[in-house]
Design a protein around this ligand. Structure first.
Ligand SMILES: Cc1cc2nc3c(=O)[nH]c(=O)nc-3n(C[C@H](O)[C@H](O)[C@H](O)COP(=O)(O)OP(=O)(O)OC[C@H]3O[C@@H](n4cnc5c(N)ncnc54)[C@H](O)[C@@H]3O)c2cc1C
Length: 416
């Protein structure tokens, strides 16, 4: 009977455990997580903060006996080390588990930039259910809040913070909002939208110090501006949870390096989700694509291989849809302009609509959109399908709105 051990019980760990059970009725499956709650989705935290759901609404599986029924043993414990030669996992209490195959699905944790005052109790992250409780307790209605970082997660949580705070300031060190996902035009449009909703936005600025000011905080920016707030939310980014792998032989860059079967550099040890660094679709570059749909798909592929069924993921497709205070933006693939690429853009500043298409040769390789949600599926199909556009490229350069027509003419043909 195969002993399958999964470290991490977020979306990746849970889907892997369920996939393993479906593939192998006999396997002994152990799912280890170090948070006290039942497996939950971080994605649901913004809805919890706005009161749309309660804590149980964040749980990934609603039936209390779901894992028991599937004979998935759950362990609430922290893994401290793995020994890949002995095939063992050591828990914080010193106990040791044996495995035949191991999946590392430990996700990531918020980074703490080295800023004086970052350890003050009014500085909070928004990553775990415990963080959400702390934010809910700290944000009395009308609280003054400074959010440090306007990346993907920072923008997602703005709505929950704006709903609770009277005065919300966002400080982003990049020259625009969501700089790793959107171009200058789009980043600027998102900033303007946020300001229109009453949020103060400082881009190209850094927080240099945080100091107590009575019960409040005095936050100093690099241009000398000082902002007094009740709470500071640190949304400056996350880092994969890999520290416990030291000495294990598992190769790590930023995340754990995996091949297209999600196997690490050590045979029999797999990785999936926010902790994994996979090859990017299109460019062949390595990326940690920290979004839930990817985590789940990687986990499924890893679990099938752990169960002895060959399965592979041809490459991670970097694709993000973002809701910033009600403004929907999306980025796809290679949206940056690189030498040799051509692009077309359509901009309606007043209506907050933007569409930029990026081509490499006769293929669409990336896009940025604001509004234009009707084109999201087609854009994904054309880019991920590596559709050869032929003369449709010239038509799209002249009129980017012809995306659906191009897909019908060339994309569907490519899939038949
Ligand atoms: C507020 C917020 C909003 C988000 N919104 C979106 C969204 O809209 N769309 C989207 O695609 N993504 C979103 N995400 C990101 C998404 O939640 C992650 O991509 C997803 O959780 C990754 O799943 P995972 O299973 O890899 O890792 P995680 O969900 O982080 O789960 C990993 C688990 O492993 C545990 N663990 C870590 N180390 C150990 C150890 N040594 N021993 C035992 N257990 C350990 C962790 O405590 C954790 O419980 C959001 C995230 C946040 C915080």
């Amino acid at each position: 009977m195969a002993r399958q051990v999964i470290i991490g019980n977020g979306p990746a760990g849970v889907v892997a455990a369920e996939t393993l059970r479906r593939a192998d009725a006999q396997a002994e499956i152990t799912l280890i997580g170090d948070e006290p709650e039942p497996p939950y989705s971080r994605m649901a935290i913004p809805y919890l903060l706005t009161g749309k759901i309660g804590e149980s609404g964040t749980y990934l599986r609603k039936d209390a006996d779901h894992f028991e029924r599937l004979r998935i043993r759950q362990l609430c414990a922290r893994v401290e080390a793995i020994d890949s030669a002995r095939h063992t996992v050591t828990l914080a209490d010193g106990s040791v588990l044996d495995y035949d195959c191991l999946l590392i699905a430990t996700g990531s944790h918020p980074v703490q930039p080295p800023i004086p005052g970052i350890d003050l109790p009014q500085v909070l992250s928004c990553w775990t259910l415990a963080d959400a409780r702390a934010i809910a307790a700290a944000l009395a209605p009308g609280a003054r809040v400074l959010q440090m970082g306007a990346g993907f997660i920072g923008c997602i949580i703005l709505e929950s913070l704006a709903a609770r705070s009277a005065q919300l300031t966002v400080v982003e060190m990049g020259d625009r909002m969501v700089p790793r996902m959107m171009d200058e035009v789009a980043g600027e449009m998102i900033r303007r939208w946020c300001e229109g909703k009453g949020v103060q936005v400082r881009t190209g600025r850094r927080v240099v110090s945080i100091a107590p000011a009575g019960d409040a905080l005095r936050v100093k920016l690099d241009d000398g501006e000082t902002v007094e707030v009740d709470v500071l939310i640190n949304a400056t980014g996350v880092k994969p949870n890999v520290d416990f792998l030291q000495g294990s032989g598992v190769a790590i860059d930023v995340g754990i390096l995996v091949d297209d079967s999600m196997q690490t550099s050590v045979a029999g040890i797999y990785a999936a989700g926010d902790v994994a660094e996979a090859v990017e679709f299109g460019t062949g570059r390595r990326v940690v694509n920290a979004i839930q749909p990817d985590a789940v798909e990687q986990a499924r592929i890893a679990a099938l291989n752990m169960a002895g069924q060959a399965a592979s993921l041809p490459g991670t497709f970097v694709f993000n849809v973002l809701d910033t205070l009600g403004l929907i933006s999306a980025s796809f693939g290679q949206w940056q302009d690189l030498p040799g690429y051509t692009s077309a853009q359509l901009l309606d500043e007043a209506e907050y609509r933007y569409l930029r298409l990026v081509f490499d040769g006769e293929q669409l390789v990336g896009a940025n959109t604001i509004g234009h949600t009707e084109h999201i599926g087609v854009l994904r199909g054309l880019i991920q399908g590596r559709v050869r556009l032929g003369d449709w490229k010239a038509r799209l350069l002249a009129n980017p709105l012809l995306l659906s027509e191009a897909y019908l003419a060339r994309g569907l043909a490519a899939t038949h």
